[in-house]
Each structure stands twice: as structure tokens, then as C-alpha cells.
Design a protein around this ligand. Structure first.
Ligand code: NAG
Ligand code: NAG
Ligand code: NAG
Ligand code: NAG
Ligand code: NAG
Ligand code: NAG
Ligand code: NAG
Ligand code: NAG
Length: 628
């Protein structure tokens, strides 16, 4: 089947002038087209009509990574503490060797683009050449992919996207291309912070201008306060977290060599003034860091440092960003922090008739970071989306991209979601049956990353749940990614312990998540100059990331490799350095959800980090001031 048709001059007018870019001729191809990928439009998205003629699409073409299987083997070897190559992370050049597409794949794809009027000078390529990006008018993309793009509108929030649920390629390219987006992915990563907008009465700021909050930093005169002296469930502070997880006396030894990063999407940024006020009050020795951390702007990402408008304040813009930066600096200071603010497409101008230009944000970020000479060892991301909004082929490819980070010694942590096993009222399968099912969250379901759930309370910690906003630590099992080998004893044990409870609602052969957890309820956040409290695996993820970053500091100082992809080590030995959480559950989908139990569980993973214990398992000295 050919998609033919002549283009109107109006469309041509938008393309770079003077270049023989798009002739409007018939689609050229050596072989006939056949459907390459097809995925049902998720519930809640309704087709409104054809894509506007003047719409442009920034197309990302993922060429098959020639030796991904070998790369995966490398990943498992360098991450397995019993393997002789443990910790021998690969360089970007070595990674390129495994993922560079074959010459044939690369040539055939370029030939196809060129034959169809795409000026090859307008393409951009990743270093390994495994992604090609090009901005084209929608009509041209429709011809290239023999499809039709439509505008889809979200029934609840009115967001619009231009998507094509089914797309095709000439047959000879099927084996060369893994994924092309935007086509059929409806993923929209969302922030995982749930503000409790109540301003804290006892901790009310004296005044914004003074920038001073009166916050108890501990018991005066007590040098090594206990958890009960510094922790209060109504407001979780850095001193509480540092005391609870045992980092409070640790002095980072190699800041600079060791680094940490967080990712901002959806216009979030980290307001330097708020972060500074937070640190002045909750971590005074780190106060200067609020003005000093690095903010990298990617694809026109936002970095608004001027006062937020009433609408932005109403939307809670920057609560997520502030939470992430404040939590990380509050724990891992003076380890340098980088914030990656990733935006959408460069020249998108929204208007009432134009759909939101939703590029795939993780891809935009990955493509940028891969070109960087220095990438922090730990990267915290507090965003996720329902796995079933991402087509399996694309989820698989994005997950492969994350594997590249692990094999180079980076630890990627993602929040496990804020709705337990799924949002009550939204637990419907998208597979054509409308069956009731638990709803797993991506990227947490990707087996190459570490997923973080949330806890609350202190003695003992339990799985997080807040009845005031229905926040519950996310957890479950993937429908896309099979159980990875490192889970092959732990996870079946948990499933067996269910005795058939929830059978049919979750995929017992899938990758279980989260892997670990950390406090995630009623975090102190300075926002708009005041203290508020915030729930979320969004709080747990930067907290866990900061603790693991300090583990890296100790490892690097001792001349060892950083953690890199953590799960194989975690499931083999390091789990013993985590505080096991045994009560509470992943409340959601109108059920109590999976319960926390002794050992691993799909609501808190192996539990929360015990820093000194992790270091002792890894055989590294803490070099802390309190070492006796
Ligand atoms: C925790 O904080 C709340 C609110 O500030 C206070 O009323 C309560 O007494 C505190 N609890 C403890 C154990 O300090
Ligand atoms: C501990 O850290 C301090 C300061 O960072 C350093 O001077 C000292 O050599 C370290 N000691 C050991 C045993 O590594
Ligand atoms: C981001 O900011 C742009 C421009 O200020 C705005 O049009 C868009 O709606 C914002 N997106 C989100 C997700 O807030
Ligand atoms: C941060 O937020 C405050 C309070 O809304 C605002 O006054 C300020 O302009 C923002 N940016 C900076 C850099 O302080
Ligand atoms: C599933 O639900 C959608 C939306 O309510 C409906 O249009 C569709 O017919 C349902 N499908 C089945 C198989 O029940
Ligand atoms: C659809 O999803 C439900 C719930 O996960 C599952 O039980 C069922 O087997 C699936 N059906 C098909 C055809 O995939
Ligand atoms: C369950 O997971 C397996 C392994 O990833 C997958 O092959 C299968 O399709 C999944 N089943 C459903 C109903 O999604
Ligand atoms: C789990 O995987 C490990 C590593 O591949 C292997 O040694 C072990 O035998 C496996 N265990 C089971 C129960 O399959």
C-alpha cells in the first residue's frame, strides 16, 4: 500500500528554502511497505481530527543497535560482584562499538530518506549513529511512514498530541529500525510529588525577606542526636534523613570526582532562591550550594528564576524541582549537583489550535547526555507514566538506552509511582479487553534501572500511604519486561507467599519493582519562600539517590569503582545493608495492593538504605568523624 499525493505549496514553503528537500513525488522504495508497528490508542485519548497541515514533527529514528545482546552481557558482567570484570565499566567509545548500527542498516535508512526528498544535511545523529533526528512537515512524515497523523485529545486534562497508532516501513528496513517516534507512544511522564499544601504552622517562615525560618536542627548540646530527637512524621528534614540512614557523620572525601544529577521535565526547574533558603535553615553548612549547582538546559528547557505567576503557583510549578534539589543537596552536600532541565522541541509555538508538542523527553535527554564528556555517577528521576501508554517496542528501546548508562558506571534511579498498584478508578487494561488489572509504571519496569518506592514513620518505617491525598508507594510487575535473572529467587518467593491473592491482576512473570525505598511522606520543601510538606516517591528517589551517591564517594575514595548498575549487587549481597520494611502495602485499584513482607516486596523493595551497613558489606571504610 502506497501513501501518495501531492503536497500543497503551503507545506513546501515551511521547509528550508532553496534546498531540494521534498519534491512531492511518489514515495520511493526498493521494497513494498508493510506495517512495522501498531499499538492501540490508550483509553482517555480521543481522536479529534487530522493533524494540522502546518504541523512539524521532530522524528527520532532508532536504528537497531548491532550488538545489544553483547552489551547486555557486558552490563551483567561489570555489575555482578562475583564476576572478575566487576566494576570495569566501559568507556563511551567501547559502548559505541556495541550499539553502532551495521553499515547496511545505516546506508539503507539514509538511502530511503534521501530517495524521499529528505536533505541528509538536516539530519542529526548520535555519536554511535544509533539515533537519527530530523524535523519535517507532517505530510512528509506521513508519506515516509505510510500513515496518517491525527490530533488526539486527553479526555481529562485536554492535552493534545499528534500521533499515528500504526506506521509502516519498506520491508527491507524492518530489521534495521527498532523504533520511530513520535508515532504511537502516548506516554507523558508526570511528576511524582503530591504536595500537602498546608503551610507548616510551627515552622512558618519568619518572613520571606529575612529568609530565615526557625527550624530545630537537633537538640542543642547533643552531638549525635537520635532518630527520635530529630525526626517528626509531620515534617521530614535532611537532618532526620541523615540520622535515620546513617550519613550524618560522613564527610564526603572526593566531591567533584563524585557527582550527582537530577532530571527536570515539564518546565520544572529548581528555584535557586528557594533552595538557598531551604539549605540556610535545614543544612546551614550547605547554604552556598543553592546558588552554585549546575543547571544544564536541554532543548529549550525552562529555567525560570523570576517570580512565578499566580497560575504557575496554582499549578505548583517547581515544587517537584525544588523538592528534588533541596533533598539531594540536604543529604549529599558538598557532592556537586547537576540539574538537567529538558524541554520539548526547539521551535514549538503553542496556540489554541496547535497540539502540545510532546517529544519523547527521555530520548531528548539521553541524546544530550550521551554527548557530554562528564556525566554524574548517580542520576535521580522523579517522573513516570503508565507502562501501557508506551508501545512495547519503544519501551524496549528506551530501556536499552538506560542500559548504556549502567555499563558505563552510572546508577539511574526512578520513582516507582504514587498510586500503589494503580490509581483507583483507572485500573483498566489497554489490551482490547478492558479487563481490570493493576497498572505498572514505566521506566520503573525497565530491568536496567533501580526503582525507588516510599516509606513513612520511623520506628519502624512502613510502606507510605497518606489518606489525605491517596498517595501510596507504587509497586508491581511489568507486562513488557520479563523477570530479570537477578530477581530469579527473590521475586518467585514473594509471589508464592501471595497464595494466589490478586492472581490475574498482575503478570507473575514480569520484572517486579521497586528495588529499594526511602522516606517519602511529608518532606519539608521550601517553595515560594515558605515551608510546605510534600509526599511522593518523588521525595524518596532523590533521598535514596543522595545516599547512594555518598556510597560512591566512599567507594571512589577507597580506589574502587562506583556502583554503576546497582541491582545485581543489591539482589546478591547489598540487600543486607537495607532496613527491611515489613508492614503497609501498595494501596490502589480499590484493593490493599501488595503487602510489604520480610525480604523483597513490590511496594518497598528491599527497604531503606543503612549507609554504614552498606559500606561495611562493600568493604569500604567510612572515614567518618565518628569512626571509633
Ligand atoms: C511533631 O511535630 C508536631 C507539629 O509541629 C508537634 O505537634 C509534635 O509534638 C511533634 N512530635 C514530636 C514527637 O516531637
Ligand atoms: C579521611 O578524610 C580526611 C579528610 O577528607 C583525609 O584527610 C584523611 O586522609 C582520610 N582518612 C582516611 C583513612 O582515608
Ligand atoms: C511549559 O511552558 C510553556 C511556555 O511557557 C507552556 O506553553 C506550556 O504549557 C508549559 N508546559 C507545562 C507542562 O507546564
Ligand atoms: C525564586 O522564587 C522566588 C519566590 O517566588 C522569586 O522571588 C524569585 O524571583 C525566584 N527566582 C530567584 C532566582 O530567586
Ligand atoms: C472498552 O471501553 C471502551 C471505552 O469505554 C469502549 O469503547 C470499548 O467498546 C470497550 N471494549 C470492550 C471490549 O469492552
Ligand atoms: C489483557 O489484560 C488482562 C489483564 O492484565 C489479562 O488478564 C489478559 O490476559 C489480557 N488479554 C490479552 C488478550 O492480552
Ligand atoms: C507477561 O509478561 C511476559 C514476560 O514479559 C510477557 O511475555 C507477557 O506478554 C505478559 N502478559 C500479559 C498479559 O501482558
Ligand atoms: C538465578 O540466576 C543466577 C545467576 O544467573 C543463577 O546462578 C541461579 O542459579 C539462578 N537461580 C535460579 C533459581 O534459577
Amino acid at each position: 500500500m502506497w501513501a501518495l499525493g501531492l503536497l500543497s505549496l503551503a507545506v513546501l514553503g515551511d521547509v528550508a528554502c532553496g534546498k531540494p528537500v521534498y519534491t512531492g513525488d511518489k514515495v520511493q522504495s526498493r521494497t513494498p511497505y508493510a506495517v512495522k508497528d501498531s499499538y492501540d490508542v490508550p483509553a482517555k485519548w480521543t481522536r479529534e481530527g487530522p493533524a494540522p497541515e502546518d504541523h512539524h514533527i521532530t522524528l527520532s529514528i532508532g536504528l537497531k543497535q548491532s550488538r545489544f545482546g553483547d552489551l547486555e552481557k557486558q552490563l551483567m558482567e561489570v555489575s555482578d560482584p562475583d564476576h572478575p570484570r566487576y566494576g570495569q565499566h566501559l568507556t563511551p567509545e567501547e559502548v559505541s562499538k556495541y550499539i553502532r548500527p551495521t553499515e547496511e542498516a545505516s546506508d539503507d535508512v539514509h538511502e530511503w530518506l534521501s530517495d524521499n526528498g529528505v536533505d541528509l544535511d538536516t539530519l542529526s545523529h548520535t555519536q554511535a549513529g544509533d539515533w537519527i533526528t530530523v524535523r519535517l512537515p507532517v505530510k512528509q512524515v506521513e508519506q515516509l511512514l505510510d500513515t496518517e497523523y491525527s490530533v488526539y485529545k486527553h479526555d481529562e486534562d485536554g492535552t493534545r498530541m499528534v500521533r499515528a497508532p500504526e506506521w509502516s516501513l519498506p520491508r527491507h528496513l524492518h530489521g534495521h529500525v527498532d523504533a520511530i517516534q513520535p508515532t504511537n507512544s502516548f506516554s507523558r511522564p508526570s511528576k511524582l510529588s503530591k504536595p500537602n499544601m498546608k503551610r507548616s504552622s510551627t515552622l512558618k517562615p519568619v518572613s520571606k525577606a529575612e529568609g530565615a525560618l526557625r527550624v530545630p536542627l537537633g537538640t542543642p548540646g547533643v552531638q549525635h542526636p537520635t532518630v527520635s530527637q530529630v525526626c517528626n512524621t509531620s515534617l521530614v528534614t535532611p537532618l532526620c534523613l541523615r540520622t535515620l540512614y546513617g550519613t550524618v557523620d560522613y564527610v564526603p572525601q572526593v566531591p567533584g570526582q563524585n557527582q550527582i544529577a537530577l532530571c527536570n521535565y515539564l518546565n520544572e526547574t529548581n528555584n535557586r532562591s528557594d533552595v538557598s533558603i531551604f539549605l540556610q535553615n535545614f543544612r546551614p553548612d550547605a547554604a552556598g550550594a543553592g546558588q552554585q549547582f549546575t543547571i544544564d538546559i536541554i532543548a529549550n528547557g525552562q529555567n525560570q528564576q523570576t517570580p512565578l505567576s499566580a497560575t504557575q503557583l496554582g499549578n505548583g510549578q517547581d515544587i517537584e524541582g525544588n523538592l528534588d534539589a533541596e533533598t539531594i543537596l540536604g543529604i549529599s552536600y558538598p557532592t556537586p549537583l547537576t540539574a538537567y532541565n529538558t524541554g520539548g522541541s526547539p521551535d514549538f509555538i503553542p496556540d489554541v489550535n496547535t497540539p502540545t508538542d510532546t517529544n519523547e523527553p527521555y530520548l531528548t535527554w539521553i541524546t544530550f547526555v550521551e554527548g557530554q564528556s562528564s556525566v554524574p555517577q548517580v542520576i535521580s528521576t522523579s517522573y513516570d507514566d503508565d507502562e501501557q501508554t508506551v508501545p512495547p517496542s519503544f519501551a524496549a528501546r528506551v530501556c536499552q538506552e538506560f542500559a548504556k548508562f549502567g555499563v558505563q558506571g552510572h546508577t539511574l534511579l526512578f520513582a516507582s509511582g504514587d498510586s500503589g498498584v494503580g490509581p483507583t478508578g483507572g485500573c483498566t487494561s489497554n489490551n482490547g479487553t478492558n479487563a481490570t488489572a493493576f497498572i505498572p509504571e514505566f521506566p520503573s519496569t525497565c530491568p536496567y534501572i533501580t526503582s525507588v518506592g516510599a516509606t513513612k514513620n520511623f520506628a519502624p518505617e512502613v510502606a507510605a500511604f497518606d489518606s489525605s491525598n491517596n498517595f501510596a508507594s507504587g509497586g508491581g510487575f511489568s507486562n513488557y519486561f520479563a523477570r530479570p535473572y537477578y530477581q530469579n529467587t527473590t521475586v518467585p518467593q514473594y509471589i508464592a507467599s501471595l497464595n494466589g491473592e490478586y492472581a490475574g491482576l498482575f503478570n507473575a512473570s514480569g520484572r517486579g519493582y521497586p528495588d529499594i525505598s526511602a522516606q517519602g511522606q511529608r518532606f519539608a520543601v521550601v517553595y515560594d519562600g515558605e515551608v510546605i510538606s510534600v509526599d511522593g516517591t518523588s521525595a524518596a528517589t532523590p533521598a535514596a539517590s543522595a545516599v547512594l551517591s555518598l556510597v560512591n564517594d566512599a567507594l571512589i575514595a577507597a580506589g574502587k569503582s562506583p556502583l554503576g548498575f546497582f541491582n545485581p549487587l543489591l539482589y546478591k549481597t547489598a540487600y543486607a545493608g537495607f532496613n527491611d520494611i515489613t508492614s503497609g502495602s501498595a494501596i490502589g485499584c480499590g484493593t490493599n495492593g501488595f503487602a510489604a513482607k520480610a525480604g523483597w516486596d513490590p511496594v518497598t523493595g528491599f527497604g531503606t538504605p543503612n549507609f554504614p551497613k552498606i559500606l561495611s558489606i562493600l568493604g569500604v571504610p567510612t572515614n567518618s568523624s565518628s569512626t571509633t
